[in-house]
Each structure stands twice: as structure tokens, then as C-alpha cells.
Design a binder for this molecule. Structure first.
Ligand SMILES: Nc1nc2c(ncn2[C@@H]2O[C@H](COP(=O)(O)OP(=O)(O)O)[C@@H](O)[C@H]2O)c(=O)[nH]1
Ligand SMILES: [Mg+2]
Length: 326
């Protein structure tokens, strides 16, 4: 199946017996990157642009997996084909959590309209899987209507998911005591929807806090759509149909206002910049640093001995760089 053309044909036809295997294979290629991954990415690009991608971010244990499972079920009720990407925490302490996720989502096994894929979060800053975007593009090309992405749930990296998905749902739960903290770390800026999960435990106070925070921020961002705040009990599925309704409303209103298109353009700009950065690093900076390893060692040791200021070391490096470029 290493022939990309052939793979594409199988990817386009869900009724083909080899379809799921083709999707899995394409995902693996996309994740591996390299020449084959790039060839695939280029081939699937024109086929995509149809899937609705939704990121779920929030603290570990806030119920993201449980919620994603319910949201998937709700989309299935509406006749949509749903792909789920669970970004695994690469921490050795989290194996239990991953296993838990698998068990929770097992009820979809046997449903051809659901495809679950785990991706390792290793490597990428903030714990986001490095080739998440490419994996989403594969699902998109393979005619999945909805792609749900569950993030790791640790640290600032969770806001990164917003750079790869259409809509970001921030999941909050009562009793963590750090609601305000969470808002400060950038989640407020990326949220298209707030989900107050574990509503069975009482989310009145949390709701008030989030609402007042949103009122403060909307006075600053006047061109953004209103960010809805929804209550769910993921354990039972309560509130999930309303959440899916809100997702759809958000999509429609952002498309109408142009916010959707502006975000896509912004995302592609960021991706192009970061690819240029990577390219420059690989082509120029990495070979330069490798060639100047001895100089780097000498400079570093001089700085460590405090006989050279880092600024002067930088000047020397810049001079070396400029001379190299001629
Ligand atoms: N009480 C209550 N517990 C929930 C709810 N949703 C999820 N949980 C529980 O919270 C725990 C963590 O859920 P999980 O989906 O693994 O969270 P994740 O780490 O964010 O993916 C599990 O024990 C769930 O059963 C809810 O709405 N109410
Ligand atoms: Mg989870």
C-alpha cells in the first residue's frame, strides 16, 4: 500500500473493505512524516476542507474523554461520521489514564461510523502531538464529518490545540479552585465554547465566575462571536445534545461574521512561519552550529568561567555567521 495513488483511492471509499486499514495506514504515514508523509499530505490536501474539527481542552480528570465519547455518540445520532484523536500524555504516570480512555470509548467499537486514534504527545512543545494537523487532514480527506481532538490536559500546551482545530471547547469542572488561574493561562482567548462538566457536583459558582470573566473580555474583543457557557454531566450525557447544538450555532455564526475565515487565514500564516523556521533551522542553523561546535564549546566555557560576557560571545557567533553567508 505504499503507492500513494492507490492509498488515496481506498481512503475515498468508506464502503471499500480495505477502507479502515487504509485510513490507519495513512495516519501512520502522516505521523511518521518524512518524504512519504509529505507526499501523502500534499495528495490529501485538495480532498479536505470539509470536516468540522473540534478540540477539547481542560485539566486532567475534568472529564474530557467521557465528554468526547458522549459528543461522538450525539453526532452519530445526527448521522455524522466521527473520528476521535486522543493525544496521549507521554508521561509514564499516565498509562492508567490512557487505558481508562480506551475503556470509556469501547462502546463505539463495531460502529463503522467512529474511528478512534491515539497519538503520542511526545516531542512537541506543550504536549501536543507533533503531526496532529497532518492526521486531521487524513481524516478530512477520508470523508469523516467530524474530528474530535482530546488534548493531554496539562499545562499551557493545551491552548496550542486551538491552532489546529476549527473550534475549541474548554472543559472546566467545579472544585479545582483554580478557575481564575485557568483563565489567565490563555484559555479564555482560545475558547469558542466553555463546557462546565460535572454539573452534578454543582457548578453555580463556576458558572458565575466564567460568565463575569467573559463579560470583561468581550468588551475587549468586540469582533468575536459570543462564547456560550454550557453545563454537562458527561457521565450521563446530560446537556450533551445542547452542547452539540451550540457547536453548530457557533460554526454558523462565525462563518457568517467572517471570524471563521479570519481564523483559518491566521492559522495558515502561523503554520507557514513555523515551517519556515523549521526549514531554516534544518538547512542553515543546525549545520552551522554543528560546524562551529568547537567554537561553541570554547565560548560556553569562557562564559561559565565569567571571562566572557554572553553578549560578546553572541557577537562573535554573529560575525562567524555573516562571514559564512558570503
Ligand atoms: N461526577 C461526575 N464525574 C464525571 C463526569 N464526567 C466525567 N467524570 C469522571 O471524572 C473522571 C475523569 O474523567 P475522564 O473522562 O477520564 O477525564 P479526562 O482526564 O479529562 O479525560 C472519571 O472518573 C469520570 O467518570 C461528570 O459529569 N460528573
Ligand atoms: Mg482523557
Amino acid at each position: 500500500m505504499d503507492n500513494i495513488e492507490q492509498l488515496l483511492v481506498s481512503l475515498r471509499d468508506p464502503s471499500n473493505p480495505g477502507y479502515r486499514r487504509a485510513v490507519a495506514h495513512a495516519l501512520t504515514l502522516a505521523e511518521q512524516g518524512g518524504a512519504a508523509g509529505e507526499q501523502l499530505a500534499q495528495a490529501v490536501f485538495p480532498l479536505g476542507g470539509h470536516a468540522l474539527t473540534i478540540g477539547f481542552t481542560g485539566a486532567l480528570g475534568s472529564g474530557k474523554s467521557t465528554l468526547v465519547d458522549q459528543v461522538a455518540a450525539e453526532f452519530r445520532c445526527r448521522g455524522k461520521r466521527v473520528a476521535i484523536i486522543a493525544v496521549d500524555p507521554s508521561s509514564p504516570f499516565s498509562h492508567g489514564a490512557i487505558l481508562g480512555d480506551r475503556i470509556r470509548m469501547q462502546r463505539h467499537s463495531g460502529d463503522d461510523g467512529v474511528f478512534i486514534r491515539s497519538m503520542a504527545g511526545r516531542g512537541a512543545a506543550g504536549g501536543l502531538a507533533p503531526r496532529l494537523l497532518e492526521a486531521i487532514a487524513v481524516f478530512d480527506a477520508a470523508a469523516w464529518d467530524v474530528v474530535l481532538v482530546e488534548t493531554v490536559g496539562v499545562g499551557q500546551g493545551d491552548t496550542l490545540v486551538a491552532s489546529v482545530v476549527d473550534l475549541t471547547a474548554v472543559v472546566l469542572v467545579p472544585g479545582l479552585g483554580d478557575e481564575i488561574q485557568t483563565m489567565k493561562s490563555g484559555l479564555l482567548e482560545v475558547a469558542d465554547l466553555f463546557v462546565l462538566n460535572k454539573a452534578d457536583l454543582g457548578v453555580e459558582r463556576l458558572h458565575t465566575e466564567v460568565t463575569s470573566m467573559l463579560e470583561l473580555s468581550t468588551s475587549l474583543h468586540t469582533d468575536s462571536a459570543v462564547v456560550p457557557v454550557l453545563r454537562t454531566i458527561a457521565l450521563t450525557g446530560e446537556g450533551v445534545p445542547l452542547l452539540v447544538e451550540a457547536i453548530d450555532t457557533q460554526r454558523v455564526s462565525q462563518l457568517a461574521s467572517g471570524q471563521w475565515q479570519r481564523r483559518q487565514q491566521r492559522q495558515w500564516r502561523q503554520r507557514l512561519s513555523s515551517r519556515m523556521r523549521e526549514w531554516l533551522w534544518e538547512q542553515q542553523l543546525a549545520p552551522f552550529l554543528a560546524a562551529e561546535e568547537e567554537t561553541m564549546d570554547q565560548l560556553a566555557s569562557a562564559i561559565a568561567r565569567r571571562s566572557l560576557a554572553p553578549e560578546l560571545a553572541m557577537e562573535q557567533l554573529r560575525n562567524l555567521w555573516r562571514r559564512r553567508e558570503v
